[in-house]
Write a protein that binds this ligand. Structure first.
Ligand SMILES: Nc1ncnc2c1ncn2[C@@H]1O[C@H](COP(=O)(O)OP(=O)(O)O)[C@@H](O)[C@H]1O
Ligand SMILES: [Mg+2]
Length: 504
C-alpha cells in the first residue's frame, strides 16, 4: 500500500479558531482502496481537518493536492466534483422527504439531470453494488439512525464520490448497525473506494481500518498501517505519555459530610443501560475526577445527581439525607452547585442581564429575595464580584448573557457556581473553550474550593486536567465504573486504556 501514490494529500494544514489552533500544520494522505482511520480525542481537530477537505472551512494556510495536482476546494460542491463526500455527525436529510427526493436535492447543481424514475433506477443499481439497502419510497422521519446513515452514504455514491468521509459514524448506532456499517465499508473498499472514518474509539480502528492517522491537539502524533501498530502506541499518541501535572498546593482538610451515590442505574432506549450500578462517595474537601470518553454515561450521571433526569434505581445521599427523589431546587438549597456542559442553554438565561444570571441558582433565597422583594443591589454586587474575580470581559453587569463570548460566558458561569456558597460542585468540562491562562485560573479556583472544604465532582474530557487537580479518579466505560485511582497511582496510559474499554 505504501508504494501507491495518494489520491489526496493535505499539506501543512493550519486552521485557527479564536480560542484554539484546531489544525496545527497537519499532513494527511488518503490512498486508493483503503479505510483510513482518523483517530483522536475530542477536540483533537479531526472534524475541522475533514471539513477543510470537504470545502466547508478555508484553511489559514496549507495546500490540498488531488492526484498530485493542487486544488482549491471552495465549497462542498467543488469537493463533490473532485469525488469527495462527507457524512457529518448530524445528518442533513429532510425528514418529511423520502429517500428518492432526498437523493435528488441539488443534483442539478452538479449538472446531473434525472427524473425521479431514473434516479430510482440508478439508486437501485448502487444499492445492489454496495449492499446498502433502503426502501427508496420511505420517508426519512420513519427511519432508524442506521437507515438514515445509509441514505447519506448512498447520496454521496450517487454523486460519484470516490473518497467517503464518515464523521464518528458509529456514535449513534446499535452494535448490530455498526456491524452492518462496517460490512458496507469493506464492500465500498472492495469496489475501489476509499473511506475515511473519524473516530475516538480505539477498538474500532483495529476492526475496520487499514491505515491510521492520530491527531492530538491539532497535530499529527502518529501515522502508519494498522497492521504495524499496537494499541499501546495509539493510546500514547492520542493522550500523550508524560505524566506531567503542574501541582497546585493542596491542604489536608477535614470537613464532615459527603455526597454518596449507591447503585445508580439508568436505562435508555430499548432498556439498554446508560448507567449501570454506579456507586461512589465524594467527600468534602476532595476533587473526584470522572474520566470517560464522551458518551459513556458520565453526562447522565451528573444530570441525575443534580436532579435533571431521574434514575431508574439507586440512591443519592447528601450529608446523610436521601435526595434522589427531591427536585433540583431542594438539592441546590442543600448545597449542590452545577457547572453544566451546555453553557448557553443550561448555564444561563441567555436573554437576561448578567446580574440576573448571577443568581440563577439562588433566585428564591436571601439576600436576593427578602419578603418577596427583589434586592437588585445585592444581585449587582454579586455579579460584579464574579466579573472581577474571574476576569470576565464584560462592560458591566448589565450586559446580556448572550452578548458574552463563549469563553467569557464560561468564566462567568464557573465563577458564579464557585462563589455562591455550596458544599459540593458538579463540574462538567469547566475549562473547555478557555484559553491557557483562563484554564489555569479555573483549575486553581477548583483546587482553592477544595482546600476550603468543598467537594468537587469533576467530569472532564481533558485527562491532563483530571490528573492535575483530582485527588481521586474513577473511570467510566459504557455506564460502569471500570477503574479507580488514588492520586499517587495516577497513570494516564492506564486510565486512557480503561477509558477505551481495554484492561489496563
Ligand atoms: N467553528 C468553530 N469555531 C470555533 N472553534 C471551533 C470550531 N470548530 C471547532 N472548533 C474548536 O477546534 C478544536 C478542534 O475541534 P474539532 O475539529 O471539532 O475536534 P474533533 O473533531 O477532533 O473532536 C476544538 O477545540 C473546537 O472547540
Ligand atoms: Mg469531531
Amino acid at each position: 500500500m505504501n508504494t501507491k501514490e495518494p489520491i489526496i494529500r493535505m499539506e501543512n494544514i493550519v486552521k485557527v479558531f479564536p480560542n484554539v489552533v484546531a489544525n496545527d500544520g497537519i499532513n494527511f494522505e488518503i490512498y486508493p482502496n483503503e479505510v483510513h482511520a482518523l483517530l483522536g480525542e475530542n477536540g483533537a481537530g479531526k472534524t475541522t481537518l475533514m471539513n477543510i477537505l470537504y470545502g466547508l472551512y478555508k484553511p489559514d494556510s496549507g495546500n490540498i493536492y488531488i492526484y498530485g495536482k493542487k486544488v482549491n476546494i471552495k465549497n462542498p460542491l467543488y469537493a463533490q466534483k473532485f469525488g469527495i463526500g462527507m457524512v457529518h455527525q448530524h445528518f442533513s436529510l429532510i425528514p418529511y422527504f423520502n429517500v428518492l427526493e432526498n437523493i435528488s436535492i441539488g443534483l442539478n447543481e452538479l449538472k446531473i439531470n434525472l427524473n425521479l424514475e431514473k434516479v430510482k433506477k440508478k439508486l437501485e443499481e448502487i444499492m445492489k453494488k454496495y449492499g446498502l439497502l433502503v426502501d427508496p419510497e420511505k420517508r426519512i422521519e420513519e427511519m432508524s439512525v442506521g437507515e438514515m446513515q445509509r441514505v447519506e452514504i448512498l447520496k454521496l455514491l450517487f454523486r460519484g464520490a470516490n473518497v467517503l468521509i464518515l464523521d464518528e459514524p458509529t456514535s449513534a448506532l446499535t452494535p448490530q448497525e455498526v456491524d452492518e456499517l462496517f460490512r458496507s465499508i469493506r464492500d465500498l473498499v472492495k469496489e475501489g473506494k476509499s473511506v475515511v472514518i473519524i473516530t475516538h474509539k480505539l477498538y474500532e480502528v483495529f476492526q475496520i481500518s487499514d491505515r491510521i492517522t492520530v491527531l492530538r491537539k491539532g497535530k499529527v502524533t502518529y501515522k502508519g498501517l494498522t497492521s504495524e501498530t499496537t494499541q499501546e502506541a495509539l493510546v500514547e499518541a492520542m493522550i500523550g505519555k508524560s505524566v506531567s501535572f503542574n501541582d497546585f498546593s493542596r491542604e489536608q482538610i477535614k470537613v464532615e459530610g459527603s455526597l454518596r451515590v449507591e447503585g445508580l442505574t439508568l436505562y435508555g432506549k430499548g432498556n439498554v443501560p446508560i448507567i449501570k450500578d454506579v456507586t461512589f462517595e465524594l467527600k468534602r474537601g476532595e476533587i473526584l475526577g470522572i474520566a470517560a470518553v464522551a458518551g459513556n454515561g458520565e453526562k447522565e450521571l451528573i444530570d441525575i445527581i443534580f436532579g435533571l433526569i431521574k434514575q431508574n434505581s439507586g440512591k443519592i445521599i447528601l450529608d446523610g439525607k436521601e435526595i434522589q427523589n427531591k427536585p433540583v431546587k431542594n438539592r441546590i438549597e442543600m448545597g449542590l452547585s452545577f457547572i453544566p456542559a451546555e453553557r448557553l442553554t443550561r448555564g444561563v438565561a441567555a436573554g437576561l442581564a448578567l446580574y440576573y444570571n448571577s443568581i440563577l441558582h439562588d433566585h428564591w433565597s436571601e439576600p436576593y429575595i427578602k419578603h418577596s422583594i427583589i434586592n437588585e443591589q445585592e444581585m449587582r454586587n454579586f455579579a460584579r464580584k464574579i466579573i472581577k474575580s474571574f476576569e470576565v470581559v464584560a462592560k458591566s453587569e448589565e450586559v446580556l448573557a448572550k452578548q458574552l463570548s463563549g469563553g467569557n460566558l464560561q468564566k462567568f458561569i464557573v465563577g458564579r457556581e464557585m462563589l455562591r456558597s455550596s458544599k459540593y460542585i458538579l463540574a462538567v468540562n469547566p475549562t473547555s473553550g478557555l484559553d491557557v491562562s483562563a484554564t489555569q485560573m479555573v483549575r486553581q479556583a477548583l483546587v482553592n474550593m477544595r482546600n476550603s472544604g468543598v467537594g468537587i465532582l469533576l467530569s472532564s474530557e481533558d485527562l491532563d486536567e483530571l490528573v492535575s487537580v483530582s485527588d481521586r479518579i474513577i473511570v467510566m466505560y459504557k455506564g460502569q465504573i471500570v477503574g479507580s485511582f488514588e492520586r499517587h497511582e495516577f497513570d494516564k496510559i492506564k486510565i486512557g486504556a480503561l477509558m477505551l474499554g481495554k484492561n489496563a
